[in-house]
Design a protein around this ligand. Structure first.
Ligand code: UDP
Length: 350
C-alpha cells in the first residue's frame, strides 16, 4: 500500500510513520516543513520525504494523491491558544487547504482518512460522546475557540456528503487528547501556548507554577499515543472494509481526570524524579488563573470530554491499556531527554 501523509513531521504523522515502518511493508510519501520528528526514517527506502508547505507544494500534492492508495491530510493547527489568537489562520489551514485535498481525493477516487477531532462535540451534555448519536454543541460567534471545532465539523460533513453523493471512500477518526513524546515543540511551551501536558512539563522544568485555568475543574480523558496508534493502524489496515464510510472516536475513557488531578499527578512524579533532584529544581506547585488572563477573551472551555469507544471496540477489538500515570511518566522522561539533547547542542555551539 502507498500512503500519502501530509504533515508527516507532526505529532500524529511521525508516530504513524514509526508504526508503518515497524509493522508493515507499506510505502510512505510524506510532506512537511521540517524533518526533526521523522529523522530516524530518512534513509529508509520505503520512506519518501519532501520538504514543503501544503499551501505552496500543490502540484506535488496532486501528483501524489494520484499515485497513492490512501491519503492522510494531517496538516492543521490544533492548539487552543491559537484558536483564540489567530482564528483566521486556523480556518485557512485547517479548512481551506484540506478541502482542496479532499476534493482531489474525490477526483482521483482515493481513500481519505481524515483527522476529525473530539472538539467537534464541544459542550455536548452527553456523559459519553457517541459518533452517531451525540449532538455537536459549540458557543457563540465571538468565542473564537470554536473556529477549530466548526472548521473540522464542516469538513466532516463535506467528506460525509462526498461519500453519500459521489462514492468517496473515507474514514473519520476523532482523537481525544492523545498524549506522548513529540506532542508540542519546546518553543510553544516557552511562550505558554502548548497543550496541557507539555505546558505543565515545561513549567515543572523551569520551576514555574502549573497554572490551573478556572480552578482546574475541566475534565479530560487522555490516551497514550501508543494505544492511539493501535487504533489508527487498524483503521488504515481496513480489513474487510470495516472502516469505510465510518466515524471512530479514539480515546481512553478509563483515564478520566480533572486538570487539577493531572497537575497533582505530575507534581508527584516530578518530586521523585532523579533529574529534578540532581539539578536542584524546586518541587512543583500550582496557581489558579482565570481563562481570560490565560487565553484571552475568546476562550470558552469544554467542561467534560469522555469518548464512547464502543465502535472501535466492536469493530477492531480496540483496547487501550496505558494508564495516565505511566503515560505522564513517559512524557516527562521524554522532556528530560529532549532537554539534555538541547543542552548538548548549545554546549557544542559554544
Ligand atoms: N489548561 C490549564 N493550564 C495550562 C494548559 C491548559 O489549566 O497550562 C487546561 C485548559 O483550560 C483545558 C485543559 O487544560 O481545560 C486541556 O487543555 P489543552 O490545551 O490540552 O486542550 P483541549 O483538551 O482543551 O483541547
Amino acid at each position: 500500500m502507498k500512503v500519502l501523509i501530509l504533515g508527516v513531521n507532526g505529532f500524529i504523522g511521525s508516530h504513524l510513520v514509526d508504526r508503518i515502518m515497524q509493522d508493515t511493508d507499506w510505502e510512505v510519501y510524506g510532506l512537511d516543513l521540517g524533518t526533526h520528528k521523522v529523522s530516524d526514517h530518512l534513509t529508509n527506502p520505503r520512506f519518501h520525504f519532501v520538504e514543503g508547505d501544503v499551501t505552496i507544494s500543490k502540484e506535488w500534492i496532486e501528483y501524489h494523491i494520484k499515485k497513492c492508495d490512501v491519503v492522510l491530510p494531517l496538516v492543521a493547527i490544533a492548539t487552543p491558544k491559537v484558536y483564540v489568537t489567530d482564528p483566521l489562520r486556523v480556518f485557512e489551514l485547517d479548512f481551506e487547504e484540506n478541502l482542496r485535498v479532499v476534493r482531489q481525493c474525490v477526483k482521483y477516487k482515493k481513500r481519505v482518512v481524515f483527522p476529525s477531532t473530539s472538539e467537534v462535540y464541544g459542550m455536548c451534555p452527553d456523559a459519553e460522546f457517541d459518533e452517531y448519536e451525540s449532538p455537536l454543541v459549540t458557543g457563540p460567534i465571538p468565542m473564537n475557540r470554536w473556529i477549530y471545532s466548526t472548521s473540522k465539523q464542516l469538513l466532516d460533513r463535506v467528506i460525509w456528503a462526498y461519500g453519500f453523493q459521489q462514492g468517496l471512500k473515507f474514514t473519520l477518526f476523532r482523537p481525544f487528547n492523545w498524549m506522548g513524546p513529540k506532542l508540542d515543540s519546546l518553543n510553544t511551551a516557552k511562550e505558554g501556548s502548548s497543550r496541557l501536558v507539555t505546558q505543565f512539563s515545561w513549567n515543572l522544568f523551569n520551576g514555574e507554577p502549573l497554572q490551573l485555568v478556572d480552578r482546574g475543574t475541566a475534565r479530560r480523558c487522555f490516551i497514550d499515543v501508543a494505544d492511539a496508534m493501535d487504533g489508527l493502524m487498524s483503521i488504515l489496515r481496513n480489513e474487510g472494509g470495516k472502516a469505510d464510510g465510518q466515524i471512530f472516536n479514539i480515546g481512553n475513557p478509563a483515564n478520566d481526570f480533572s486538570v487539577r488531578e493531572i497537575a497533582e499527578q505530575m507534581i508527584a512524579i516530578w518530586k521523585d524524579h532523579p533529574f529534578r533532584i540532581e539539578r536542584g529544581i524546586p518541587e512543583g506547585r500550582m496557581v489558579e488563573v482565570g481563562s481570560g488572563d490565560f487565553y484571552g477573551k475568546g476562550y470558552q472551555d469544554v467542561a467534560r470530554r469522555t469518548p464512547s469507544i464502543k465502535r472501535m471496540q466492536s469493530t477492531f477489538g480496540f483496547d487501550p491499556k496505558v494508564s495516565m500515570k505511566d503515560s505522564l511518566k513517559k512524557a516527562i522522561d521524554f522532556f528530560v531527554e529532549e532537554h539534555k539533547a538541547l543542552e548538548k547542542v548549545v554546549e557544542t555551539e559554544n
